[in-house]
Design a protein around this ligand. Structure first.
Ligand code: B3K
Ligand code: ZN
Length: 886
């Protein structure tokens, strides 16, 4: 493996040359597309060196000609290597014209211009534009674009690019053209084009100021009927951004295109969002309730980028969280307003506390604003996105809604049309609120998950109650020691009846009126003293998950059960139940490992029964409470993870709960059977999630009737959530019903790739012993295509990340399987291959035998000669000793 050089934040220099306008002409042909680029360039007055050398990025381009101010350059005047075009002696201002040929048909990396289902589409963020033409491909070079697309009309009737359509018409030889103009200056990563046979669902939206905007969702004709939810979500997002942030859409036309082959979720190209079809297409027969919700949130996310990302963009890629963290925060807030806030919060926190904390504790740990990277594509991470969102959320918590909004307004006022840094964002927040965020900035700079230990003390005589917090943060690559963070901790105090007590801190003249308040923990160790506390309270800490930290409190089991039954903060109520379940499960894991007989106390059953029978609680919330912490999360709570014991303990506890709560589960299931299969409103979704959660417990009882019920539901339900819930139960049962239903499902849906992904995943996640063989054989199935990222994630991703029990099989076969696939995929799509590598990077978390086997596979990958920079970086960091620099 060749070692690739890291880029460092401190080496940032302004671009030497700027581009004012770009004129692009594409003669689209799958085998060989001609791209002519005309760039109006000038020296950057802010560049430091006064050299006259122009360096442009370019990759896999066949250069045909270069003209500088209309004069053809001969080969003496420029040099070309694999990644650059260098021209010496350029003037202060000039026009550069290049012609290159590119090969979309051969583009399997799905970056730059490629074909998906016979249609042309692009993906330029972060560095895909350089695969289209020579350009200073960096986000701080912003220009206006005019784009002419030429193609065969019959094969490619629809031709789209950013902005407004300014001309179109026929040309000779069956060709036609379309000319697009984007009036907004933008960085090259926001460029997009689409060409092909697509149908379009059209609607319009009138903005708060009364402008009418044409909205279009493009998909292949047979899927047009599945675009309505995406359109509805887009209009909701537009209204929401006006109401919450006063931000209006600035375009006349807003287009969304669904593509089947897409490396990630979606892309916010100005005026022309390109989406993975998974986040556009939905009908209740083919998509689950979770799919519907994901579509709303991703449509919202890309739309919100129009301001946080496009109008104000990133100076360099180290600032990625400036747009991504903030935009995830915005989409989470949007989803919370469209559905139910506590449920949204639970799902956000699950991601942080599960895979994001694991990332913080692993070899790729990096700050929200990384200081260095080898391949930027590897830094589109949960840390940059989701922890970044938590950082925005903490600012919101510390400032309050009004001042936060003031900060956003000031940020746009100052930086509209600019490429800026996270520092500019924080400064706007400070200036608008008058609140000092200097210590808070460490959240952008220090990697790792802070741990907060709590001690509590009640003085019955003085009626005083003290909470003492001690914070620490484990070392991460390149950061052995950490400064204390500024951590907002929302707390409430519960009296014996479970009511929130009033909160008055020492030195305050009266109690706060709210039932919770936010404490600012800024020192390593800090005590908060509450006065006039009439009885010893049970503290409810980190309400609403007010900071992405691990909060450790020595609660007794009874206290957790009490909080699970009483906390007014729904998030903490759910969390207390989860914490109790984790404790019980880890005790069971110990018992299993020590060969002791298993027994569980009934506190968890009692708490769940109370929750299920409580008429005041929302159904979706109850369903969340029924989901036990997953196997990956449990593994993260152990010093040495034991995937097999975890799996068996969790299964045992589920069976135990099923037996204990049989009657309650049965009643709840029956009470919620009526859920209109066509509806996806929050109430119906809640009903479905609750009845299916109950059914999954009931199916664990030794009663054939429930298996029959599942088989019937799989066969007869007209709603994908219900069908998949039933199949998700059956997939773990070695039974004729399983085989029948899995086969029937395939027959019914084989022409719907997004549904087939579900079929692949549910087999990959089965706990049955034959699963590894089934997964191997599915690689050869006609429905599988290793070139399609969705198929890869559905089968290989689901097995290696979603089935820890089998992936970590003691014979090491899971590891070899993954390494084989990574090597195979790396040869044509490095980005997708790199994403698959994560589970092997966690090798330090396992016993010596597994460690050795996992490491051996990483070494096998590392030994590959022509390994991509993407996989190379992750493998190298995974194998490096943890003290080495990031
Ligand atoms: N900004 C894109 C992500 C591009 C990822 C490239 N590897 C989607 C989003 O976050 O909205
Ligand atoms: Zn984004």
């Amino acid at each position: 493996m060749k070692k690739n050089k890291a880029l460092r934040l401190e080496d940032y220099r302004p671009a030497s040359y700027l581009v004012d306008s770009v004129d692009l002409r594409f003669e689209l042909d799958p085998a060989a597309t001609l791209v002519r680029a005309t760039l109006a360039m000038r020296r950057n007055p802010e560049a430091d060196a006064k050299e006259d050398q122009l360096i442009l990025n370019g990759k896999h381009l066949d250069l045909r000609s270069i003209r500088l101010d209309e004069r053809e350059l001969d080969t003496d005047h420029f040099q070309v290597d694999d990644e650059h075009l260098v021209i010496e002696g350029v003037p202060q201002a000039f026009t550069l014209e290049t012609e290159v040929i590119i090969h979309p048909e051969k583009n399997t990396a799905l970056e730059g211009l490629y074909l998906s289902g016979g249609n042309f589409c692009t993906q330029c963020e972060p560095e895909g534009f350089r695969r289209i033409t020579y350009f200073p491909d960096r986000p701080d070079v912003m220009a206006t674009y005019r784009v002419t697309l030429v193609a065969q009309r019959e094969q490619f009737p629809v031709l789209l690019s950013n902005g407004n359509l300014v001309a179109h018409g026929d040309l000779d030889a069956g060709r036609h053209f379309a000319e697009w103009e984007d009036p907004f200056r933008k960085p090259s990563y926001l460029f997009a084009l689409v060409g092909g046979k697509l149908s379009c669902l059209e609607d319009s939206y009138t903005t708060a100021s009364g402008r009418s905007i044409t909205l279009q969702v493009y998909a292949d004709a047979r899927h047009l009927g599945q675009c309505a939810h995406a359109m509805k979500s887009l209009k909701q997002a537009m209204r929401w951004d006006e109401q919450r942030f006063g931000l209006e859409c600035d375009l006349n036309q807003y287009m969304i295109v669904a593509a089947d082959d897409f490396n990630m979720g979606a892309m916010e190209n100005k005026g022309l969002n390109i989406f993975n079809s998974k986040y556009v297409l939905a009908a209740s027969e083919t998509a689950t309730d979770a799919d519907f919700q994901n579509i709303t949130s991703v449509i919202g996310h890309e739309y919100f980028h129009n301001w946080t990302g496009n109008r104000v963009t990133c100076r360099d890629w180290f600032q990625l969280s400036l747009k991504e963290g903030l935009t995830v925060f915005r989409d989470q807030e949007f989803s919370a307003d469209m559905t139910a806030r506590p449920i949204q919060r639970i799902s956000d926190a699950r991601i942080i506390r599960g895979p994001q904390f694991a990332e913080d504790a692993g070899p790729m740990a990096h700050p929200v604003r990384p200081r260095s990277y080898v391949e930027i594509n590897n830094f589109y991470t949960l840390t940059v996105y989701n922890k970044g969102a938590e950082v925005s959320r903490m600012i919101h918590t510390l400032l309050g809604e009004k001042a936060f909004r003031g900060g956003m307004d000031l940020y746009f006022q100052r930086h509209d049309g600019q490429a800026v840094t996270t520092e500019d964002f924080v400064r706007a927040m400070e200036d608008a609120s008058g609140i000092d965020l200097s210590q808070f900035r460490l959240w952008y700079e220090q990697a790792g998950t802070p741990e907060v230990q709590v001690e509590r003390h009640y003085d019955a005589e003085q009626k005083r109650y003290c909470l003492t917090f001690t914070q620490s943060c484990p070392p991460t690559p390149g950061q052995p020691r950490k400064e204390p963070f500024h951590i907002p901790i929302a707390v409430g105090l519960l009296d014996r009846k479970g009511r929130s007590m009033h909160l008055q801190l020492e030195g305050e003249s009266r109690a706060k009126e709210t039932r919770d308040r936010v404490l600012s923990l800024t020192r390593t160790r800090q005590t908060f003293e509450f006065v006039d506390v009439k009885q010893e309270p049970v503290p409810s800490l980190l309400r609403g998950f007010s900071a992405p930290v691990k909060m450790k409190c020595d609660y007794a089991d009874e206290e957790l059960a009490f909080l699970a039954g009483h906390d007014e903060d729904e998030f903490n109520r759910w969390d207390a139940g989860q914490q109790l379940a984790v404790r019980i499960l880890l005790r069971l894991v110990d018992d299993l490992r020590e060969g002791r007989p298993l027994h569980a106390d009934n506190r968890l059953s009692d708490a769940l029964r109370d929750t299920l029978e409580n008429p005041h609680l929302d159904r979706a919330f109850k369903a969340q409470c029924l989901i036990l912490p997953d196997e990956n999360y449990l593994a993260d709570q152990m010093d040495v993870a034991d995937p097999s014991a975890i799996h068996h303990a969790r299964q045992w506890l589920r069976e135990h709960l099923a037996a204990d709560l049989r009657k309650t589960f049965l009643n709840t299931w029956q009470d919620n059977l009526e859920a209109d299969p066509k509806q996806v409103d929050a109430a119906t979704v809640g009903r479905r999630s609750l009845k299916n959660a109950c059914l999954s417990y009931l199916s664990l009882l030794d009663e054939e009737i429930f298996i029959e019920l599942c088989a019937n539901q799989a066969q007869l339900a007209h709603n994908m959530t219900d069908v998949l819930a039933a199949l998700g139960i059956l997939t773990h049962r070695d039974s004729p019903q399983r085989e029948e239903q899995i086969a029937a499902f395939y027959r019914q849906w084989k022409s719907e790739p997004l549904v087939i992904d579900k079929w692949l995943s549910l087999q990959a996640q089965s706990s049955l012993p034959q699963t590894p063989e089934i997964v191997e054989s599915l690689l050869q199935h006609e429905a599988f295509n290793i070139k399609n990222p969705n198929r890869v994630r559905a089968l290989i991703g689901a097995f290696c990340q979603g089935n820890p029990y089998h992936f970590h099989a003691e014979d090491g076969r899971g590891y070899a399987f993954l390494a084989d696939r990574i090597l195979e995929i790396d040869s044509f799509n490095p980005q997708v291959a790199a994403r698959l590598t994560t589970p092997l990077g966690r090798w330090r978390r396992y016993d010596p035998k597994r460690q050795q086997m996992m490491k051996a596979q990483l070494e096998r990958i590392a030994a590959r000669e022509d390994l991509s920079r993407d996989v190379g970086e992750i493998v190298e960091k995974s194998l490096a000793s943890s003290e080495s620099d990031s």
